[in-house]
Design a protein around this ligand. Structure first.
Ligand code: ADP
Ligand code: ADP
Ligand code: ZN
Length: 216
């Protein structure tokens, strides 16, 4: 977890490769559905464009459907979920029924003064969702994704106006989850203001010191 632009998607891609677990990004799933004009995409679009959260009932059932996939049976990484207390409680409930424990909650700490620059310079792959930055992490070939070669574009919700709303939503609805997870001893706070590779190493170090098994 972490505020918009903290680097969740960037780090999640690397963690998922390193630990060989699927990367489940609610934002990516919503965006894919919007570009494919599905019913889910249609339902989510107006909320996303305004910088608001998609309603809990829609988001929760989408994540549970995804977690029921065979590829999640040996572990998974959630990126951008849960984001509300209601989603957190629903996830707890789902996991306890399945007899699955959350190993870790990684919190990327990035103060607000970094966020605007990260967000307005962000470019995203239309196919695989990979995040780039015009200055901090440019693709090798301009406009094309390093991983899958698809076009990279600026997200419609990455504007200064939407950012204000998204930061407010984070403070009011998502930040309270810190107090929910902290007492359980699974919250790993990592300084997200360092370079991308350094943040990744720090996440792996703190996961290594925690309960997660690194099978590589
Ligand atoms: P960021 O972390 O940069 O804000 P995401 O890609 O995680 O971006 O999310 C983009 C948008 O998708 C959010 O602003 C919100 O509208 C919607 N969204 C993503 N995850 C959730 C969620 N768990 N609950 C509700 N809405 C979500
Ligand atoms: P989130 O998923 O939390 O919204 P992203 O992973 O998409 O965030 O990162 C937001 C933007 O900041 C992207 O343009 C990304 O390339 C850039 N970025 C991510 N991590 C760092 C970092 N440690 N230093 C500088 N820029 C970063
Ligand atoms: Zn791609």
């Amino acid at each position: 977890m972490g505020p918009p632009g903290a680097g969740k998607g960037t780090q999640a891609k690397s963690i998922s490769l390193r630990y060989r677990i699927p990367h489940i990004s609610t934002g990516d799933i919503f965006r894919k559905n919007i570009s494919n004009n599905t019913t889910l995409g249609l339902a989510a679009k107006s909320y996303i464009d305004a910088g608001d959260l998609v309603p809990d009932n829609i988001t929760i059932s989408l994540v549970f459907d995804r977690l029921n996939n065979e590829d999640c049976k040996d572990g998974f990484l959630l990126d951008g979920f849960p984001r509300t207390v209601e989603q957190t409680a629903a996830l707890d409930n789902y996991l306890s029924v399945k007899g699955v424990q959350l190993d870790a909650v990684v919190l990327l700490s990035v103060p607000n003064e970094f966020i605007l620059d990260r967000m307005t310079g962000r470019r995203s792959c239309t196919l695989c969702g990979a995040s780039y930055h015009i200055r901090y992490n440019p693709p090798v070939v301009a406009g094309k994704c390093d991983i899958c070669g698809s076009d990279i574009i600026q997200r419609k919700d990455d504007t200064e106006e939407t950012l204000r709303e998204r930061l407010e939503v984070y403070e009011l609805q998502t930040r309270p989850m810190i107090d929910y997870y902290k007492p359980r001893g699974i919250l790993l706070e990592v300084n997200g203001t360092k370079g991308i590779n350094e943040v990744f190493e720090n996440i792996c170090d703190s996961l290594g010191a925690g309960k997660v098994n690194d099978n590589n």
